[in-house]
Design a protein around this ligand. Structure first.
Ligand code: ADE
Ligand code: ZN
Length: 328
């Protein structure tokens, strides 16, 4: 309809997309064949039928298992280029993409191969398609602090290929403060800082508070439970924190057992909300346009609100202000 056309035509920016979460079943099969990896599924349809999860840990198990076909630098190139081509086709002008180096290092892959493959894809996508992108290294909060520090140290020689660090994976009993030293080291190396605060987790508000006050993050990925705390919302507004909401995954919080719409709540409370696709290959292959069309309906967004959301997004770009002007 008219709204879908409006959304498709809008210039967009995306900040919350895990590259490994863009690994479509079709590419997983192709890479498995190329790399001689055996998959326990007869075909793409059977693989997609296995993508059933009911919470963050059960989602993550499927997502990490899928990475086993990613072995060579070329695999990471193909993965990143495919995402960037799709994003470009949906009028995304700029993307900042997460990756999980620890999961690859722990499988014996050199972090250099991961970063170089993605970096080459970014350069080619910019040259051939005109889409600009940057890369955010995520610490996996459910692994040890030592494991994350080893990954950071291995990646820092390539810090000019990174724009920031983030924090993802299983939230339970893994507060941002566990990685205070990592964030400090990354910041000292000139990198920006964000963290996931997934919705409806154990101690979500405690994690948001720690991210804002102790770590000093510039963004919060998801973060919908902040709507339960006027005090934390005031801090987020005062600091201009951007929220990268993924409506498919984190579009609703539960307050006293009742669902509350996160995007509507953030808009109405003056928070800088953006819309993002998170792990599209595992979320019905819905990329930014499909995500926004559904969010428009569910959160009853006007065209003016959609434009405000994309203005929030371009404002949040971790690029030099003079280069940002090219997007406005
Ligand atoms: N890794 C990939 N997607 C994630 C999410 N939504 N939350 C935490 N870790 C993730
Ligand atoms: Zn995420």
């Amino acid at each position: 309809g008219d709204m879908a056309r409006f959304i498709a035509a809008m210039p967009k920016a995306e900040y919350h997309v895990h590259l490994e979460g863009t690994l479509e079943a079709e590419m997983k099969f192709a890479l498995a064949q190329r790399n001689g990896v055996k998959l326990p599924y007869a075909d793409v349809a059977a693989m997609k039928r296995s993508y059933v999860y009911h919470d963050l840990p059960s989602f993550l198990a499927i997502y990490y298992d899928g990475m086993n076909v990613l072995l060579k630098q070329q695999d990471f190139y193909d993965l990143a280029y495919a995402y960037l081509a799709k994003a470009h086709a949906q009028n995304v002008l700029y993307a900042e993409m997460f990756f999980d180096p620890q999961q690859h290092i722990d499988r014996g892959i050199a972090v250099e191969a991961v970063i170089e493959g993605i970096t080459q894809a970014r350069a080619d996508a910019q040259a051939k398609l005109g889409i600009e992108s940057q890369l955010i290294l995520c610490f996996m909060r459910d692994l040890t602090a030592d494991n994350a520090m080893k990954a950071l140290d291995a990646a820092l020689p390539y810090k000019d290929r990174l724009v920031g660090v983030g924090l993802d994976s299983d939230e339970k009993d893994n507060p941002p403060g566990k990685f205070a030293a990592h964030f400090a080291k990354a910041r000292a190396a000139g990198l920006h800082v964000t963290t996931h605060c997934d919705v409806n987790q154990k101690d979500t508000l405690g994690h948001i508070r720690e991210a804002l006050l102790d770590i000093g993050v510039e963004r919060i990925d998801h973060g919908g439970n902040i709507l339960q705390s006027p005090e934390l919302m005031a801090i987020a507004r005062q600091r201009g924190i951007t929220f990268t909401v993924c409506p498919t995954f984190s579009g609703q919080i539960l307050v006293n057992g009742k669902p509350v719409d996160v995007v509507r709540g953030m808009l109405d409370n003056g928070l800088k909300v953006t819309l993002n696709s998170d792990d599209p290959a595992y979320m019905g292959s819905e990329y930014i346009n499909e995500v926004m069309v559904k969010a428009q309906i569910r959160s009853n967004l006007t065209k003016a609100e959609l434009l405000r959301i994309e203005r929030n997004a371009f404002d949040a770009a971790w690029i030099a202000p003079e280069r940002k002007a090219a997007f406005q």
